[in-house]
Design a protein around this ligand. Sequence first.
Ligand code: GAL
Length: 413
Amino acid sequence: MKKMIAALGVTAMVGSVPAYAGEVEVLHWWTSGGEAAALNVLKEDLQGKGVSWQDMPVAGGGGENAMTVLRARVSANNAPTAAQMLGFDIQDWGAQGAAANLNDVAAAEGWDSVVPAALQAFSKHDGKWVAAPVNVHSTNWVWANKKIFDELNLSVPSNFEEMAAAMDKMKAAGYTPLAHGGQAWQEATIFDSVVLATGGVDFYKKALIDLDAGALSGATMVKVFDRMATLRSNVDENFSGRDWNLASAMVIEGKAGMQIMGDWAKGEFLNAGQKPGEDFLCFRFPGTQGAVTFNSDQFVMFKIGSDRQAAQGELAKAIMAPSFQSAFNVVKGSVPARTDVPNDAFDDCGKKGMKDLAEANSSGKLLGSLAHGHAAPASVKNAMYDVVTAHFNGEFSSAEAAEELASAVAAAQ
Ligand code: GAL
């Protein structure tokens, strides 16, 4: 029916079917159960406006594979309408001139006054809006199985030593303490938290954002790697290559006690019918309370033919609508990318996420996630991934890893 309407160029509403308003092709890496459920909220929202959805999923958490496919598409002169993207990558595409200018829709909808400056720094290139931010995630979270915590009489650890003691108890009781998937981006996600917990906010900034060689190679970083090794000794033997959502499933099913992961993990727990506070616990990685390592999924709109631009504008508008930002982020596990969205529809973890974000923002403790592209450009991020993963897999001692980190970052710049 929709196709027929399109073919006829009919614009009026036919019964309850909205008039065809074009098509968007969207490239993304939201392929897990929880992610797909969240993406559905966007698809349905657009379909309700007559915009049809052409899906272009590229599996792989953190989006590395998606970025490879995107580069191939754009070089072949076949850019999608929009692509999910993180931080510094957005700026790269802005600099290359491939991104559309969204200033008109941004001005009409008042984006400037509702999107936090920390996000606008990535959404705008050269004063032009090139991306619509759909959420704010953060990486310094732990997702825990409540039954296991209750059974072992554990309380939420407040520092790394307590975390280590809790893991010892879990191991002794026959559980895998840490559900983990051995992929570079997942190790880097843990690294975000461990750097922040071990060195604090100033150290995180110095090492991962300012890329200070002394901070990257010094004694604090050696301690960071020692702690990474402690965590490594608490994963199961089949961790290599496991997808993050399968690691979440280990916690959901009561095989593992905890997962250190961004709040997209909450989407998996919810998708499995679990409830925060009843079935699972969410808490900040011990020692990072008060600070937030954030990443924001944004949709970069590409320069495309004029026949497709109206639907593209609808997509940008839909993503930023307050009611959509609430509905989507409730399912995704993230929090809204606008400051004016009420928290009523969010569960306790979501409410905490919103409160933590606002507090970290006003106290100067809101930090871009290295693992998810908001601390340093892709070349530096990838160099760090390599060293963190090599150490996790036993290739370097902690002291060697810190040395390697400083030299890999220097070479990548
Ligand atoms: C992150 C992204 C999240 C989630 C996660 C795992 O980079 O920001 O939305 O998709 O990867 O796929």
